[in-house]
Design a protein around this ligand. Structure first.
Ligand SMILES: Nc1ncnc2c1ncn2[C@@H]1O[C@H](COP(=O)(O)OP(=O)(O)OP(=O)(O)O)[C@@H](O)[C@H]1O
Ligand SMILES: [Mg+2]
Length: 404
């Protein structure tokens, strides 16, 4: 679960209908008869065999991935999640055979450590979706392994890790992300979601959160983890009925209370992530003062107020943004977090707004930037920034008090 104590929702709700009700069946692991999500290209449920055969992915043996990760060495662990551990490995670029560390291409190998049908279902859903969908803002799945009880997935390696680490981890490796990079990541992730919602058969991602936004070396955002993704409603249906699953703090209120899933559930989760990006605060944090545990509840009343907005904005961003753009971004988060799903924007609209913000940022680099007292800090901000490579800006380390 990355670095935070986000809790995944896996309890069966009273609203359970449809495919997901099969999760309760006891025919647990493997076999080619279990039906899963339909995938993005057709509405006919596909069997496990069909999904694995049609995926165009490399089928690895367990031994191959064991060699690629040097026997899953503890010092090659990239992270841990609810599914299992993720290891760094090396394979030959063409044959995809295990290669010596430092040669060939780097991959990230996720190894399922969970027993039972749910882990298998999520493993298969990942192959089902990422085996078919390709987009610059979705992580690339290279292959999988299904051997005895072993279930693994091999992805392109994302050198900058997850957005969660960059926002919430303190330490010399994780410098606070600049305003410009935060906007870039938000836009990339929004494009990924918009692509899913516009797919031939709509895909609802259902687990949008900062730990599932991975970053390449240029901070391009890519969505990972399609284990909980579902096909959207078809025909004249307004929603899909599912077991309530996802992560507390990110799931839309109407989905939590009814089990009715729509693309607007993803838009709500996007609003939560946007708030995390703006504030540098986790969606749920019991270590914050009473009344501030839930970021959305605490921040919402401040988002449209010129003065109170500064309570929400990450103090590590001071001097990097204009008040006008900060308010626009906060207003976008507010719209995404609307209690009435129909009032939330579509992901296409979110992308348009973020593109406009990014364009105006580029055009208007000279606009004076304000601190919370309304004083221009442009020169000060410039003088303490340091360009450390193409597209990467380093800032002074956060003060000790910010490091928790
Ligand atoms: N392709 C990848 N390249 C580099 N690092 C990765 C890659 N995939 C995952 N990671 C790292 O491994 C961590 C764990 O990922 P994982 O998706 O298993 O769990 P999570 O997203 O943190 O939690 P959850 O299981 O609730 O989704 C990520 O936070 C990230 O730091
Ligand atoms: Mg994840």
């Amino acid at each position: 679960m990355g670095i935070c104590c986000s809790i995944r929702i896996k309890a069966e709700s009273a609203f359970s209908t449809g495919d997901d009700s099969k999760i309760g069946e006891k025919n647990g692991n493997s076999n080619s008869s279990s039906k899963v999500s339909t995938g993005s290209q057709s509405n006919t449920p596909r069997s496990e065999g069909e999904i694995l055969q049609s995926s165009n992915l490399k089928s690895f043996t367990f031994g191959e991935l064991k060699n690629a990760t040097r026997n899953f060495r503890p010092d090659s662990v990239l992270g841990e999640g609810g599914f299992g551990s993720v290891f760094k490995g090396w394979v030959d670029e063409h044959s995809l055979a295990a290669s010596k560390p430092g040669t060939g291409i780097v991959i990230a190998v996720k190894r399922l450590n969970q027993e039972g049908l749910q882990g298998h279902k999520e493993w298969l859903a990942e192959i089902n979706y990422l085996g078919q969908l390709r987009h610059p803002n979705l992580v690339k799945l290279i292959g999988y392994c299904l051997e005895d009880d072993h279930r693994l997935l091999a992805y392109e390696f994302m050198p900058k890790g997850s957005m969660e680490n960059h926002l919430f981890r303190r330490g010399s490796y994780f410098q606070p992300l600049s305003w410009r990079l935060r906007l870039k990541v938000a836009l990339g992730a929004a494009r990924g979601l918009a692509f899913l919602h516009n797919a031939e058969t709509m895909v609802i991602y259902r687990d949008f959160k900062t730990s599932n936004i991975l970053l390449d070396s240029n901070f391009n955002a890519k969505l990972s983890d399609f284990g909980l993704a579902r096909d959207g409603p078809t025909g004249d249906k307004s929603h899909v009925s599912t077991r309530v699953m996802g992560t507390y703090g990110y799931a839309a209120p109407e989905y939590l209370s009814t089990g009715h899933l729509t693309a607007k559930s993803d838009v709500y989760s996007f609003g939560v992530v946007l708030l995390e990006i703006l504030s540098g605060k986790k969606a749920i944090d019991k270590n914050r003062p009473t009344g501030e545990h839930n970021l959305v509840e605490w921040a919402k009343p401040c988002l449209s107020n010129k003065r109170r907005i500064f309570r929400v904005l990450d103090p590590r961003l001071e001097g990097q943004y204009s008040l006008g753009r900060a308010l626009k971004l906060a207003n976008l988060a507010l719209q995404c977090l609307c209690m009435e799903p129909k009032m939330r924007p579509s992901m296409d609209e979110v992308v348009t707004t973020l593109e406009e913000l990014q364009d105006s940022e580029k055009r208007d680099r000279r606009e004076p930037q304000m601190n919370r007292n309304g004083v221009s800090t442009t020169n000060k901000a410039r003088s303490c920034r340091q360009e450390v490579g193409p597209g990467v800006v380093a800032y002074p380390r956060p003060s000790a008090s910010l490091r928790a």
